[in-house]
Design a protein around this ligand. Structure first.
Ligand code: ADP
Length: 394
């Protein structure tokens, strides 16, 4: 089955065409600056780059389909070869605990969730509507970032606020990165040669956005992001957890609106705000090596919070069989993995420095004596979306 995977952001679109037989990526690429001017990058039979005007997601998807059919860099003879489209949808609210085939009701529910993810869900919907227009009759599937966490119990997903507010506005913890946490925990079970039903796993997705998830016997029972992806760890530009009173405090002192403060917490905080250097961990590490103290604090705080969250989840599950590291930083930075694992000796996890000297490759880097495994597992959200889409169609 050939499945087109689309990940629509507000001004970008990432895509992959995956053949589920053998799980090969046939083509992939990126549209950027949609609605501004338009930049296109495609890898199929050959590579192709161009500045092409893209007024909206429909334009972008039309360009993607043309590239897939192109004689030189395309990989398809006819668009009818695409069996289905799998969309990454960020927020499924309380509606979706698994992936679904897109219908009118599904679109309505995704629209309802726009208030919970105002930056993401409208873009996801645009992508869906564009595909309906450009590829009529091709089944479309929505795979939600939040769905995997719908198994969390009330003690994990509720906030301690008046119950009426929860009922009225559905304010509770939803969690994100679900497709990634699901993929890497399934891979972990395969690598450990144990059924999911016997494993307590802690998955650390550490990229620009970062979250930790406790997966007990195959189910997410807690995760660090909440109503929005702002909760939890410190991230590239997001503050993560803080005293909620700080919002009013900054608003008053800096004469800013609540929206402006929220913007600071989303875009100017995290390791960027702390270090003053960059949101990219590579730049911060470089700065730290040259003696930048604030960069050092940012890194220490980041690692410390990840370690504390792992500790919390080990407590929640009364132990853990493995800690998994994935996404940009988790997959590529042995330094950060080692710094986080420094805190985990009490769990029975010690790092084998030689094995930890690895990037982007599935590895167990715990010492042989460790009773908790430490795994690097490169995430593959697109493949997970392709699998779920194929399963639904079957
Ligand atoms: P997202 O998908 O959330 O944008 P990624 O998972 O691609 O993010 O992760 C991006 C982050 O990974 C970058 O900010 C960068 O700091 C970090 N990263 C990637 N490679 C390395 C590396 N070799 N060392 C340290 N950090 C890295």
């Amino acid at each position: 089955m050939k499945i087109l995977i689309l990940n629509c952001g507000s001004s970008s679109l990432k895509y992959q065409l995956i053949d589920t037989e053998g799980e090969h990526v046939l083509a992939k690429g990126l549209c950027e600056r949609i609605g501004i001017d338009g930049r296109f990058q495609h890898t199929g039979k050959t590579e192709y780059k161009a500045d092409i005007e893209m007024k909206n997601h429909t334009d972008a998807i039309r360009i993607v389909l043309d590239a897939l059919l192109d004689d030189d860099h395309g990989v398809l003879k006819s668009i009818k070869e695409v069996n289905a489209v799998g969309h990454r949808v960020v927020h499924g609210g309380e509606y979706f605990s698994k992936s679904v085939i897109i219908t009118e009701e599904v679109k309505k529910a995704i629209e309802d969730c726009c208030t919970l993810a105002p930056l993401h869900n409208p873009a996801n919907l645009s992508g869906i509507k564009a595909c309906e227009e450009l590829m009529p009759g091709v089944p479309q599937v929505a795979v939600f970032d939040t769905a995997f966490h719908q198994t969390m119990p009330p003690k994990a997903y509720m906030y301690a606020i008046p119950y009426e507010l929860y009922e009225k506005y559905k304010i509770h913890r939803y969690g994100f990165h679900g497709t990634s946490h699901k993929y890497v925990t399934q891979r972990a079970a395969a690598l450990m040669r144990k059924p999911m039903e016997q494993l307590k796993l802690i998955s650390c997705h550490l990229g620009n956005g970062a979250s930790v998830c406790a997966v007990e016997y195959g189910k997410s029972i807690d995760t660090s992001m909440g109503l929005t992806p702002l909760e939890g760890l410190a991230m590239g530009t997001r503050s993560g957890n803080l005293d909620p009173a700080i919002i009013a405090f900054i608003a008053e002192k800096e004469k800013k609106t609540v929206e402006e403060v929220e913007n600071i917490l989303n875009k100017q905080s995290g390791v960027l705000g702390l270090s003053g250097v960059s949101s990219d961990f590579r730049d911060i590490k470089e700065a730290e090596m040259h003696g930048n103290k604030r960069a050092g604090i940012a890194l220490d705080l980041f690692h410390y919070r990840v370690a504390k969250t792992i500790g919390g989840y080990a407590a929640a599950m009364n132990g853990a069989d493995a800690v998994i590291f994935t996404a940009g930083l988790g997959e590529n930075s042995g330094d950060s993995r080692a710094a986080i694992c420094e805190y985990l000796g009490y769990l029975g996890l010690w790092v084998d420095s030689e094995k930890n000297n690895v990037r982007g490759k599935e590895t167990d880097f715990a010492t042989d004596e460790s009773t908790v495994r430490a795994l690097v597992i490169p995430t593959n959200e697109e493949l997970m979306i392709a699998r779920e889409t194929a399963e639904l169609l079957a």
